[in-house]
Design a protein around this ligand. Sequence first.
Ligand code: SAH
Length: 215
Amino acid sequence: MNNEQSDRKQMVRDQLIGRGLRDPRLLSAFGSVPRHLFVPKEYLHHAYADGPLPIGFNQTISQPYIVAFMTHLLELTGRERVLEVGTGSGYQAAILSRLAAEVHTLEIVPELAAQAERTLSELGCQNVHCHLADGSLGWPAAAPYDGILVTAAAPSAPQTLLDQLTEGGRLVLPVGDRGYQELEIWQKAGGEFSRRTSLGVAFVPLRGEYGWKQK
Ligand code: SAH
């Protein structure tokens, strides 16, 4: 086993299983996606550490546990079409690609979008489609989605995203102020939306039409 493989195994054991995540498909996705390919070279040694890392442009790749916990909230079986808002490094999209049928991911920073698309294609994630776009508007061209994951902090759940859910579909996103948010899980059932809240988190701000206005 090489170093990366054993680091990955340890990450899954200590950070995911150790905090109560049990779904074998989820754990196997985290055991197989090479997270070190998604972090800048200078952070290579921290690729499997228990925290977020800078990826440039004031953005971060989220802590592995947060990526796992948010993915777990979508309850994917492998048949779903999923939308991610905030491609960043592309790591979350690569995880989703192993757990859903089709993934669309949206990034607003051109350099990050281009880099993530390269990494994902080098890894052969053929069911991931990267788009340079304001993700607060969703991606109507491929809607509706069984799952939508927003990986940047929103002031509130954008109606445009809720409108792009299938019946039974879920939207998972961090909602709150710029420093602290709670994960919200929205589900569409019988044409109505229900909402529950979960873990406290700290994400970078969502920009764009339904995000935070820039100072
Ligand atoms: N999911 C990423 C981490 C995301 S960090 C990963 O696995 O690495 C949040 C990302 O959301 C940043 O890259 C930021 O540029 C992007 N972002 C912020 N507002 C956005 C918007 N309105 N549309 C698309 N992407 C946005």
